[in-house]
Design a binder for this molecule. Structure first.
Ligand SMILES: Nc1nc2c(c(=O)[nH]1)N[C@H]1C(S)=C(S)[C@@H](COP(=O)(O)O)O[C@H]1N2
Ligand SMILES: [Mo]
Length: 226
């Protein structure tokens, strides 16, 4: 059983090992959508593409890693992985879908809801949105408080049956199930409660929609084309 799981994990690493730096470049998705929808029908398998907007994959030692929660909160937090794992765990089995067209069905995720983190930190009345920062030093994302409090928005420490790998944004990444993959900030280091939405990396560089609902953004539900 253990060997079997390791095998699947190893396959996943091989299949996902391509670095696709900048593949989400501005305007590119407009021409690289999957008009046939066939990629969504391909059976199983870990067909993630691995993205980074920096020169590689940043690394953090899981034993010293801390997730900061700050900004317009009553009590700023600095949480170790053990702290996160001591909180109520949420498990999700849901698809991961990039706005450029690829999708991985039924991915296993585990972590804590952003709602629980916010509850613990205590959001001040002036707070209305969140800024997510990556320790790659470049990537950011945003959600409104209402979006972030959904039960299917988690800070994930486990993915694909094991700790979130370095390539997939470990030790801790965001997973925003109802939205396209660019919302799911990898190498997550900081969540800041802000007074307004600050558009994230691809929303600025690639002009993606800030509200990134799968099937309901980035032109995906335009009545004129569907
Ligand atoms: N820090 C960081 N987070 C990121 C990205 C990135 O380049 N850097 N790419 C985003 C995009 S566009 C997608 S589709 C997913 C890809 O996740 P994966 O690399 O685990 O497949 O990560 C998202 N989060
Ligand atoms: Mo993406």
């Amino acid at each position: 059983m253990v060997l079997g799981m390791l095998g699947v994990g190893a396959l996943g690493v091989v299949a996902g090992s391509r670095i696709q730096r900048g593949v989400d470049a501005a305007l590119r998705p407009l021409t690289s959508r999957d008009p046939t929808g066939l990629s969504a029908l391909l059976p199983g398998g870990d067909n993630f593409q691995i993205y980074t907007v920096t020169d590689g994959y940043p690394a953090a030692d899981p034993s010293t890693y801390r997730l900061r929660v700050d900004g317009r909160v009553a009590a700023p937090l600095q949480l170790s992985i053990a702290d996160l794992q001591a909180m109520p765990a949420t498990t999700l089995v849901k698809d991961f879908q990039c706005v450029t067209g690829w999708r991985v069905p039924a991915v296993h995720w585990q972590g804590v809801t952003v709602a629980d983190l916010l509850e613990r930190a205590g959001v001040q009345p002036s707070g209305s949105a969140l800024r997510f920062e990556s320790f790659d030093g470049t990537y950011t994302e945003s959600l409104t408080l209402d979006q972030a409090r959904r039960p299917d928005v988690i800070v994930a420490y486990s993915m694909l049956g094991g700790p979130v790998s370095r390539a997939h944004g470990g030790p801790v990444r965001l997973y925003v199930a109802p939205m396209y993959g660019y919302k799911s900030c990898k190498w997550l280091s900081r969540i800041t409660v802000t007074d307004q939405v600050e558009p994230g990396y691809w929303e600025t560089v690639g002009n993606y929609d800030v509200n990134a609902w799968v099937g309901g953004s980035n032109g995906r539900d335009d009545p004129a084309t569907s």
